[in-house]
Design a protein around this ligand. Structure first.
Ligand SMILES: Cc1cc2nc3c(=O)[nH]c(=O)nc-3n(C[C@H](O)[C@H](O)[C@H](O)COP(=O)(O)O)c2cc1C
Length: 400
């Protein structure tokens, strides 16, 4: 989604300026056209040459450098921008922008652009927590600037505190989220479930499955990038928490049902990508089960069926992990669960499925249309599913 986007990256005079190189590099690798504007102070921390080499674009540092190529740049970049990101943002640039001052190329571009603006503050905690800085940030938020809040950590002074620039992944996630606002899922509420539920046996053991959560997380991120408001109900996974998504952690099938019941009522689409346990131990031992007998029998009972009782006028998308008769079995599940679309997964295929970054799926809708996709990344699968979802929403297909 970053491909062919023009991202103006404003870099200011913070010790965190070196992080701009990482941000620029990741954006450029994703196919974005990155136009860097540096303040004079920023050039004391990192050279324009570094950023020019990373982006393969000229770096603007001086408003009055009037070569043919750059002569109108103080408005040209503002107009070309799909998004303007100031990372790192000093207390100084935040104050200038809040006051409407335009005395260098970056502050001029900020005032001149109609593109969304993202600001990632980086400074000593006293500077950040100073009421003046805080008031300036409130002003920017009121003007629809998106602030990527700094974190707590080691600062340039050697002290530990609040003011450390947000992680690069967080800044890039925010850029994607902001760029997604005008996309085909703008204004839609999408609930995604992900991960494998864990059904407790005793205080230290559970019954689980091999779901990594990657497919569900990819769908949630793709939906966010296409402008949806996304809730992600997730069983335990070892994936980083996605940015700009309302994440609801759960553990068991029963916990997932409770969370889905709560959030799905208002949703336009429910996508059940989680591997929900079919059975749970009938009783959970209060203390750790001891290794005393040669065998142990666990009695299992059915877990609640999340889709069976849920009410609401939303589109339902399910997953079917199958090892044989994939299309026929998935079709049956589509009928049984009253889904609008089912994504059938061949779990015997070693190249896709559990844990991997790729997947090979077949999409089946209620009109009987069957689309077998090649082995592609989970993110690409996610976008294919969402293409179908957009088509179904446009057709007015909802609960059946
Ligand atoms: C070593 C050093 C590190 C600095 N780090 C920061 C910082 O992280 N955040 C900040 O707001 N200012 C920092 N400053 C102060 C700014 O560089 C100064 O306010 C400057 O005027 C900012 O200019 P600019 O906003 O035009 O880039 C630092 C200054 C020095 C000398």
């Amino acid at each position: 989604m970053l491909a062919n986007k023009t991202i103006v990256l404003g870099v200011t005079g913070s010790i965190a300026a070196y992080k701009a190189a990482d941000i620029a590099s990741k954006l450029a690798q994703a196919g974005a056209k990155v136009e860097v504007v540096m303040t004079e102070s920023a050039t004391k921390f990192i050279t324009p040459l570094t950023l020019r080499s990373i982006t393969s674009r000229p770096v603007v540092t001086d408003m009055f450098e009037s070569t043919t190529e750059f002569s109108i740049e103080h408005v040209a970049l503002a107009e070309a921008a799909d998004v303007l990101v100031i990372a790192p943002a000093t207390a100084n640039i935040i104050a200038k922008v809040a006051a409407g001052i335009a005395d260098d190329m970056l502050s001029c571009t900020v005032l001149a652009t109609k593109a969304p603006i993202i600001v990632a503050p980086a400074m000593e905690s006293n500077m950040f927590q100073n009421p003046i800085t805080q008031e300036n940030l409130v002003k920017l938020k009121a003007r629809d600037f998106t602030i990527v809040e700094p974190g707590y950590g080691r600062l340039a002074s050697g002290k530990v505190g609040l003011g450390r620039i947000a992680e690069v992944e967080r800044i890039i996630g925010t850029i994607k989220q902001v760029l997604g606002r005008s996309k085909d899922l703008a204004g839609k509420r999408i609930v995604v479930t992900a991960g494998g539920t864990q059904e407790p046996i005793d205080p230290v053991r559970h019954l689980g499955n091999r779901s990594s959560g990657k497919m569900g997380y990819a769908i949630a991120e793709a939906a966010r990038d296409r402008g949806a408001a996304v809730s992600l109900i997730t069983a335990p996974v070892s994936l980083p928490e996605p940015v700009g998504i309302d994440v609801v952690p759960v553990k068991t099938a029963a916990g997932m049902k409770e969370a889905v019941d709560k959030v799905a009522a208002q949703a336009d689409v429910l996508i059940m990508a989680a591997a929900v346990a079919d059975y749970q131990p009938k009783t959970v031992a209060e203390s750790k089960i001891k290794k005393e007998t040669t065998s142990l029998t666990l009695e299992l009972v059915r877990t609640p069926d999340i889709l069976a009782e849920i009410k609401g006028n939303f589109l339902r998308v399910g997953f079917a992990a199958e090892s044989e008769d994939i299309v026929a079995n998935a079709r049956q599940k589509l009928e049984r669960k009253q889904l609008n679309l089912i994504v059938a997964n061949d779990i015997t295929d070693p190249t896709g499925g559990f844990g991997s970054d790729t997947n090979k799926v077949t999409l089946i809708d209620r009109d009987g249309k069957v689309e077998s996709l090649p082995l592609i990344t989970k993110r690409e699968v996610a976008d294919k599913i969402l293409d179908k979802v957009v088509g179904l929403l446009n057709k007015g297909a909802r609960v059946l």
